[in-house]
Ligand binder design. Sequence first.
Ligand code: 13P
Ligand code: SF4
Length: 347
Amino acid sequence: SVEEMESRVKQIKQKFGQRLFIPGHHYQKDEVIQFADATGDSLQLAQVSAQNKAAEFIVFCGVHFMAETADILTNDDQKIILPDMRAGCSMADMADIDQTVRSWEILQRTFGDTILPLTYVNSTAAIKAFVGKNSGATVTSSNAKGMVEWAFTQKKRILFLPDQHLGRNTAFDLGVPLSQMAVWDPINDRLEFEGNNEDIKVILWKGHCSVHENFTVRNIEETREVNPDMNIIVHPECSREVVALSDYAGSTKYIIDMIEKAPKGSKWAIGTEMNLVKRLIDNNPDKEVVSLNPYMCPCLTMNRINLPHLLWTLEELDQGNVINQINVDETISNQAISALNKMLDKA
Ligand code: 13P
Ligand code: SF4
């Protein structure tokens, strides 16, 4: 039963004490988040993993790229475990390393040494290593602005991987006009841009989040029509059109902070992952909180981490077996760390 599973998780956690650490991303289910030793967005979870020197086992409740990041940022003797190996991220999968190396060669031929690569942390360790090797940095949704500003002090142009929306929204907020942003289509090796290449400041990798693309202009129009006094707040992984029509846009942490400090009785339609929206609804009964898309929008891969999978990995640990370990290749890890540290140093 659920109660039995919960009590076993508690027992094992108690037995391991400080030797076991469970970080949980805000998009995780309640049944998992209740056991998290730290919750956070991707930046906060990278920070807590980097700071934790005591835990022998880090059972990461999030998706694959986050567990890889934790492995890169922790010591060699700390073991990172992902409760379900199928918990990936469709956006991270949109930038494959071979594709990226090939695209970079083509872009270098076109633009010479004028481009700095930046990657959203939602990318594989291999992509982070590629970016690190080429003097670039990682970014998360909560520090993207500062990192893009920094990038422009280094080079005339940036290549932003793998989320075109976060890249476009961030550059736009910094005053780069849409007419100076091109999209790189890595499937057809094609730059989508009308105009003179010399004018391009931002090259956006053609990737997106399959969860946040479900919040549409239509959803906003319908919300405004039915409920004109509703505040609309969305994650910057939503499209430019959606962000432009919203009242507020920001990272997971920004959204949580905004709802929590909002006045009693205020109304909010949120454009982000379902588990987080549900939790904000439950935790803010004095406000009217709904999902911007009435069908809610779950991240199916995040949802693969559930109580049975968490318990399974913990039971194995209790038997002395480390299963589902995430172990990033040492060379890749060493190159990726320079990209991650540039971000963490500025955070
Ligand atoms: P943040 O945690 O950086 O807000 O990113 C959201 C997300 O999509 C995580 O995968
Ligand atoms: Fe990836 Fe989007 Fe899920 Fe985040 S919400 S893990 S970006 S698919």
